[in-house]
Design a protein around this ligand. Structure first.
Ligand SMILES: Nc1ncnc2c1ncn2[C@@H]1O[C@H](COP(=O)(O)OP(=O)(O)O)[C@@H](O)[C@H]1O
Ligand SMILES: [Mg+2]
Length: 437
């Protein structure tokens, strides 16, 4: 079956090259009984594509069983997938048929496979390789002829690196990988899709078919659609039901987008560069969080100090907090202490291009390696003079740099902004270098 027929048959809308490429591959991989991994953000159409693959295979007259691995409690997933013998666990009063048995001869769609616990992954790999499995609490080997289509919105390679996904299973699943593009990656599909949904919903609700005013079309094209087609479909549905005015204007559409994503300003493309005002707001927010933490901490301390059976006093320093964390039932307060101990930089003359990242990857909360406010680092030479003293071997570039930084911090009394300025580097770079040491 060619791509166009496939789109018609399964109601898959869109004509962008990115989508077409994927659907051409869908048509190729559907007939052979091969395992397929669908990757893509939530709402891009992974389940729809899985349905199409099943519908184009010789298994189409058998069942397509859809399982969302992320929705099943960890302790139950193996018995859900592979079944369980009577008495396999508390409350198992009957034998339970697993999804692999149910999908025998058909297709099993394992959605959110990245959420599958490691133990279940072992069993899954086995059934994929041999077709054999046993029920939980059982010893008999059963066989299942289910074709597996898996889907994930995570980067499974990354999960493998983190150790939460088995590498062997990853390779077994990724024989055929189809990556479904997000709506952002095929903006040319947005308006046609939206119009098609408006038409669909106007029939369904016997409501007028809304036309898109040019400014509304423009807004939809620029919006970032974090929820992809699912979100777009919902917005079109809401517009059909709730908006009475025709044509549909940007003004009428905007609140529907905001409803989905509160910070519409940030989800519009192109993403606006953070300016100094944004930065100072961010730092303001950090300061407020800090103040709140301090207040919470004080409150907890007062409750605890007054409470009978209090174990330890709230630790006054980070080091004490670490030590106390081993003893205290309020162990996480050690973390709070660390957060409170952070001294955010002055917001004023930041380089706007740098600063957003400063906030993102320089977010202070784990900076237990931060030098203290005076910039004193015992491992470093006190000053440039000391590093360059006659009779000593020349410092390495790295050492010289460290000494230079130490010198600058000393001269400016630990003020990082002024030090960075004097050294001709951004404050962000200075942070980096301090962190590296
Ligand atoms: N290309 C498309 N054409 C028409 N409807 C689509 C398309 N992609 C997704 N949808 C619809 O969007 C919704 C979300 O799709 P789904 O397949 O569940 O996404 P995912 O599994 O990736 O989260 C469903 O209602 C689906 O029918
Ligand atoms: Mg889904």
């Amino acid at each position: 079956m060619d791509r166009q027929a496939l789109q018609e048959r399964f109601g898959i809308l869109g004509d962008s090259p990115a989508l077409r490429r994927v659907l051409e591959r869908v048509a190729q991989v559907a007939p052979p009984d091969i395992t397929v991994l669908l990757e893509g953000e939530s709402g891009v159409g992974k389940e729809l594509v899985a349905t199409a693959i099943h519908g184009l295979s010789r298994r189409r007259h058998k069942r397509l069983v859809v399982v969302n691995c992320g929705a099943i409690p960890e302790g139950l997933i193996e018995s859900e997938l592979f079944g369980a013998e009577k008495g396999a666990y508390t409350g198992a009063t009957d034998r339970r048929t697993g999804y692999f048995e149910e999908a025998d001869g058909g297709t099993l769609f394992l959605d959110e496979i990245g959420e599958m616990p490691l133990q279940a992954q072992v069993r899954l790999l086995r059934v994929l390789e041999t077709g054999e499995f046993s029920r939980v609490g059982g010893t008999a080997m059963l066989t299942s002829d289910a074709r597996v289509i898996a889907a994930t919105n995570k980067d499974l390679g990354e999960e493998v690196r983190k150790g939460t996904f088995r590498e062997d299973l990853y390779y077994r699943l990724s024989t055929v990988v189809l990556r479904l593009p997000s709506l952002r990656q095929r903006r040319e599909d947005i308006v046609p899709l939206f119009e098609a949904f408006l038409a669909r919903f106007s029939r369904q609700y016997e409501a007028p078919y809304l036309r898109l005013a040019p400014d509304a079309a423009d807004l939809l094209r620029r919006y970032n659609w974090p929820g992809n087609v699912r979100e777009l479909r919902n917005v079109a549905e809401q517009a059909t039901v709730m908006v009475r005015q025709n044509p549909l204007t940007a003004e009428a559409v905007r609140p529907l987008l905001r409803g989905v994503s509160a910070s519409a300003g940030l989800t519009l493309a192109p993403r606006p560069a953070a300016d100094a005002a944004d930065q100072s707001l961010l730092y303001q927010a950090l300061l407020e969080i800090r103040a709140e933490l301090r207040a919470v901490r004080a409150e907890v301390a007062s409750i605890r100090d007054g409470a009978p059976g209090a174990l330890v006093r709230l630790p006054p320093t980070v080091a004490d907090a670490r030590f106390a964390a081993d003893l205290s039932p309020f162990a996480d307060l050690g973390e709070v202490e660390q957060e409170v101990a952070y001294e955010p930089p002055a917001p004023a003359p930041f380089d706007a291009a740098d600063t957003l990242f400063e906030v993102e990857d320089g977010v202070p909360f784990e900076r237990d390696d931060a030098p203290d406010r005076n910039g004193a680092r015992p491992a470093l030479p006190d000053s440039l003079e000391a590093a360059l003293a006659d009779g000593l071997p020349l410092p390495t570039m790295e050492e010289a740099e460290a000494a230079l930084i130490a010198e600058a911090l000393r001269r400016f009394d630990g003020n990082r902004r002024q030090s960075a300025e004097a050294l001709g580097i951004s404050e962000r770079t200075l942070y980096r270098k301090l962190k590296e040491e």
